[in-house]
Design a protein around this ligand. Structure first.
Ligand code: GLP
Length: 250
């Protein structure tokens, strides 16, 4: 990797933009235009401060912002790296937790809401359930290495879990434990623009592009287990599908 000063250029003390924002802008541009590649390590903050003739606080502030945006990732003990986009294979029925671990990221969640009730008319249509069916609802903000990845709403049939508190860090782990992990799912993906509220939770901006992934998960006997809506930040998540022509060749 070329020295960052060569890639980004000198910061301008006299410019209107604060120094940390200039550095941030330079780093963002370098990442977005692939002058820095995923998993590239940034030099230590001390070295960057010296290179750009700014204080360490300025460097720290610039990096903090890019970590919050998900462009950089801090790994404890080993430094700061350019984040790699998470690639999700569209054809595997995996959980968020499994997807992140498979990519070397550390998944965490913060709970926004947990509740029990009966299906809404919309859920009853989507999940093919009769009115009055008991359900649990889970609303979480999901993180990878402390960067927000998705805002998730799940509705699960109540019989699939011993209680609404059975879910700790992973819904699918709790469902597997109870013997009701879905074995088949229908998934729909579409582009959305974040509302102000979604953007604030995901540390994005209102009207930023996102991906809405909706999943209906079923048991082997065809009963619906879950209906979920996950709003992923469009800049950190890639869906990959493996396609083959074997069906056509037959
Ligand atoms: C993905 C799926 C959801 C599912 C969730 C479970 O995000 N799109 O339908 O509910 O994984 O994840 P976890 O087991 O990590 O809670």
């Amino acid at each position: 990797m070329a020295p960052l000063l060569t890639i980004i250029g000198q910061l301008d003390d006299a410019a209107n933009l604060p120094l940390y924002q200039q550095l941030q802008r330079g780093l963002r541009h370098a990442i977005e235009s692939k002058l820095l590649s995923p998993d590239d390590a940034l030099p230590p903050e001390r070295d960057l401060a010296e290179e750009f003739a700014v204080s360490r606080i300025t460097v720290r502030k610039a990096i903090d912002g890019l970590v919050a945006e998900g462009l950089l990732t801090r790994k404890q003990g080993s430094g700061t790296f350019v984040s790699s986009r998470v690639e999700k294979n569209f054809s595997k029925l995996t959980s968020f937790t499994e997807d992140m671990i498979a990519r070397g990221r550390v998944p965490t969640s913060s709970w926004l809401r947990k509740s029990q009730g009966t299906v809404t008319p919309e859920e009853s249509l989507t999940m093919g359930l009769s009115p009055g069916t008991p359900v649990y609802r889970f609303n979480r903000l999901r993180f990878a290495d402390d960067a927000p990845m998705a805002l998730e709403f799940c509705t699960v049939q109540a019989f699939c879990l011993p209680s609404v508190d059975a879910v700790e860090s992973s819904l699918y782990t709790a469902l597997a434990k109870a013997g009701y992990r879905p074995t088949r799912a229908l998934q729909r993906l579409r582009a959305v623009l974040f509302t102000a509220e979604q953007a604030a939770l995901l540390r994005a901006h209102e009207h930023d592009a996102g991906l809405l992934v909706e999943r209906r998960g079923f048991l082997p006997d065809g009963r619906a287990v879950e209906f979920s809506q996950s709003f992923y930040r469009g800049d950190t998540y890639d869906f990959v599908a493996e396609l083959n022509a074997s069906e056509l060749e037959k």
